[in-house]
Design a protein around this ligand. Sequence first.
Ligand code: UDP
Ligand code: GLC
Ligand code: MN
Length: 330
Amino acid sequence: MADHAFVTLATNDSYAKGALVLGSSLRKNTSKKLVMLITPQVSDSMRKVLNKVYDVVRLVDVLDSEDSAHLALMERPELGVTLTKLHCWTLTEYTKCVFMDADTLVLENIDDLFEREELSAAPDPGWPDCFNSGVFVFQPSLDTYNQLLQLAREKGSFDGGDQGLLNTFFSTWSTKDIHKHLPFIYNLSSVSIYSYVPAFKAFGASAKVVHFLGKVKPWNYTYDSKTRTVKGDVHDQTVTHPEFLNLWWDTYTSRILPLLTEHGVVKDVSTGLKAEEVTEAMSQMSIAAPPLLPSISSEERRERWEQGQVDYMGADSYENIKKKLDTYLQ
Ligand code: UDP
Ligand code: GLC
Ligand code: MN
């Protein structure tokens, strides 16, 4: 339906890289409209690239406008930045939308989310009675937007960002209607992988959306051409379980980097990836796992996965990712 859209946000070029990978993963899996909210800090060249992936790129203010001047946020600019997400409620040309953080990655079609009502979201892995605001179904409405701003002005947000505010506003989420609880596989946070490994082993293969929640984002990793690995803390779960990180990098190097290079955006060093290192970055993806073993059928793979016979650092892990990569690269 034309009045449905997936929406994301980036206030700078780094998050825009995440948004491009997300947009590319959405394009692979849906024909819904893709809408991007940006703020003035996003560079002109980056905007050109965003326009190649997103149907609509809309410029919005960081919430430091007249409207939000009374928000206590004024003294804490970083809060203003995450509250910029609230602008998604102003997209009233759509009847229903799904907001997705720029640090999410779509693995499968998730159009069924549009059958859900506002506000549907998955539990937050840190406090499951709260929903995580990295993926949520909502209904654009200026009335709701204004109510949210009013709440921000009057009460503020208990976590300083949109998630605290939204959980206060949609306070019956955890108790009233189970249909508003999205299955966790629609917002599988990388944090949960290591905090509940057996569950990840049992259900991880069904993940539809991965969320790189936390301080270190995929685009922050540096590819080290000497050690031929992605640099990172060994305790970092995305390095211990690099499958999704590799998938992010695959999408980035194969689909996004050519666009960024073409438009001269690539000089940003935040990824640590120079154009000539692309080939190495591609090989990095296979370095994290042993060489490909003879392939098994996807049924067999799923069966093994379900029986817990999965070596995450081994061939099964790579096979599983390979399957998804093949779909992407076709
Ligand atoms: N965001 C942004 N610029 C920022 C911080 C956040 O555009 O400086 C947007 C972006 O869409 C991001 C979302 O707000 O995905 C939420 O922030 P983040 O994903 O960093 O929070 P986390 O999920 O790690 O708690
Ligand atoms: C969370 C969410 C993120 C949100 C942030 C600030 O951890 O993942 O989407 O922007 O909190 O509230
Ligand atoms: Mn996030």
